[in-house]
Design a binder for this molecule. Sequence first.
Ligand code: RB5
Length: 146
Amino acid sequence: MKVGIGSDHAGFVMKEAIIKFLEEKKIEFIDYGTFKEESVNYPDYALKVSKAVTDGDVDYGILICGTGIGMSITANKVKGIRAALCHNEETARMSRLHNNANVLCLGGRVLEESLALKMVELWLNTSFEGGRHENRIKLISTLTGL
Ligand code: RB5
């Protein structure tokens, strides 16, 4: 499994914590930036990571901004991306189980770091349930043409 990760300045500290966690768990990743806390525009990083997912360079994406909202709005504009803005372990788990989310969005300014790390672990270790949810995902695809 390979993960693409990106953040803006407001998500930078949490991105670094998640990277440390991925390294500890020996999970392969590509860091798409930002690489410092200087102010940047979150859509640039949402697009980099989302395109990496749809191009097949990585299997999943993780995006962090202040609230996670801007990242999720942007990522969901990319065909084939199902970005889930999650706030707790349950929403992280359900976004994989029922929505087959391929991008996890987190709020670096609204989540405790320890909770965010638990959510990342759970999200990466939960598989899509398929079944009745398969058709619902197809219905979403008919909107985007992918
Ligand atoms: C940056 O100040 C902040 O607006 C951004 O990180 C994010 O929360 C937007 O949704």
